[in-house]
Write a protein that binds this ligand. Structure first.
Ligand code: HEC
Length: 101
């Protein structure tokens, strides 16, 4: 009985260990579309922030604002949006002709 309980507990620890390992492996990079839809759209398609798409805003400016914030616009840290993800979303906005689908 005691051995049986101990066995279950060690299996639980192994499973927790595996879960932690997968979490550490890091999430895969999100595409520019995913980041835009998950983060930027919430304010920038609802009138809280100005419309960004179709304005040919330079990618460098978009990345600067997203990293540093601008008045009411919050700054996003690298743990929230990676460099690669920010570069993708900035390029997407810069080259968009009015909307991101
Ligand atoms: C919580 C709401 C919110 C979110 C989320 C948000 N923004 Fe903003 N953003 C704003 C507001 C508000 C402004 C206007 C700031 C001002 O001028 O006071 C702004 C301004 C900007 C500007 C400057 C626009 C201009 O006309 O010069 C850029 C570029 C920008 N945001 C990019 C982004 C990007 C890229 C994302 C997603 C990674 C994002 N924002 C997410 C609220 C948000």
């Amino acid at each position: 009985m005691c051995r049986w309980v101990f066995g279950k507990i060690s299996i639980a620890f192994v499973l927790i260990g595996l879960l932690l390992q997968t979490a550490q492996a890091g999430d895969p990079e999100r595409s520019g579309e995913r980041v835009y839809q998950a983060v930027c759209q919430y304010c920038h398609e609802t009138g809280i922030g100005p419309k960004l798409t179709g304005r040919q805003l330079p990618s460098a400016y978009i990345q600067h604002v997203a990293r540093n914030g601008l008045r009411a616009m919050p700054a996003f840290r690298i743990t929230e949006i990676s460099h690669q993800e920010l570069a993708s979303v900035a390029k997407l906005i810069e080259t968009s002709n009015g909307g991101v689908e």
